[in-house]
Write a protein that binds this ligand. Structure first.
Ligand SMILES: C[S@@+](CC[C@H](N)C(=O)[O-])C[C@H]1O[C@@H](n2cnc3c(N)ncnc32)[C@H](O)[C@@H]1O
Length: 282
């Protein structure tokens, strides 16, 4: 295994849990009172406005009447959309704070009967979630945040049959974002790349674990799976200061870039590597 893919193997799962408990993913996407319908609606519209490739990748409508296992649901934006589209969802996360918000969200949206939430470490998923076959195993932006992603992949295997699909998003090593972190925060110190990426990859600094993958290393990670599609997407073009105030003003170099050129850049050097896979045929 490349050394970059063992970089965080010594980190503890407790540190990962504490980090996501301190600030669940997207928790500040709305300024409305937390736990209200308005709050959850705003979280969703902001998320899919900035990341419109997520609904395209998840294909929520396709899973009507199907069983979906979501690993690392966070506060449940995608979870709600699978359930709203008519799927039966089992949603797990390591962070109890995130799950508390996600549970409340299901209640507010009247979707409790379609979702089972389970607090679980995905590296040992089968100790928490009964093993059965799901139509879709979905995990968006999660596997690269756990110390041993290869354990999660081994566990996922148990929940898939020959017709099941796997959809995961992991971070793209050869991306604009990695280059931006290296130049902005690392002043080019490429030998500290993995440390820098983890420190600055999320809205809250100091993420204990953030791996990044190339197309080749993600295929190596997905041992026992046949990768059917990989697409790369998403560059965040806005001024972070403005964005924190819920304003969408592009930084000057993206503001002057023609839309088509920006789109080509996203599709070649985007931060999100979205992978579809199936089990290997025996
Ligand atoms: C970047 S957030 C993504 C959340 C959600 N998928 C979304 O797109 O909004 C990463 C999530 O992964 C969860 N996570 C990290 N390691 C995990 C593990 N080993 N088992 C389960 N969840 C984990 C974190 O608690 C956090 O909620």
């Amino acid at each position: 295994m490349e050394s970059a893919l063992r970089q965080f193997a010594g980190k503890s799962i407790e540190d990962v849990r504490a980090y996501w408990n301190a600030r669940p993913c997207n928790i500040r996407h709305s300024t409305k009172p937390l736990g209200t319908r308005e709050y959850f609606d705003e979280v969703e519209s902001r998320k899919y406005f900035v990341e419109p490739h997520i609904p395209r990748f998840a294909e929520f409508e396709r899973w009507k009447g199907k069983k979906v296992l979501e690993i690392g649901c966070g506060i449940g934006t995608d979870t709600m959309n699978f359930a709203r589209a008519g799927a039966m969802v089992t949603a797990v996360d390591l962070s109890d704070e995130s799950l508390q918000v996600a549970r409340k969200r299901a209640e507010v949206l009247g979707l409790q009967s379609s979702i089972t939430f389970i607090q679980a470490n995905a590296e040992r998923l089968s100790e928490y979630v009964p093993v059965e076959t799901y139509d879709l195993v979905y995990s968006f932006g999660v596997i690269h945040h756990t110390p041993h992603p290869e354990n999660v992949i081994r566990e996922i295997h148990k929940y898939m049959g020959s017709q099941s699909e796997l959809k995961i998003m992991v971070y793209n090593r050869y991306s604009w974002k990695v280059l931006w972190i290296l130049l902005k925060y690392g002043k080019g110190a490429f030998w500290k790349l993995d440390e820098l990426v983890a420190k600055y990859s999320e809205a809250q600094t100091g993420c204990p674990v953030t791996y990044t993958y190339s197309r080749k290393s993600v295929k190596d990670l997905l041992h026992g799976f046949t990768v059917t599609r990989i697409i790369v997407d998403h560059i965040f073009p806005y001024s972070i200061q403005q964005y924190k105030q819920h304003k969408y003003k592009k930084v000057w170099y993206f503001a002057v870039l023609p839309k088509l050129v920006f789109r080509i850049l996203e599709k070649t050097a985007g931060w999100h590597m979205c992978i579809n896979a199936k089990l290997d045929k025996e």
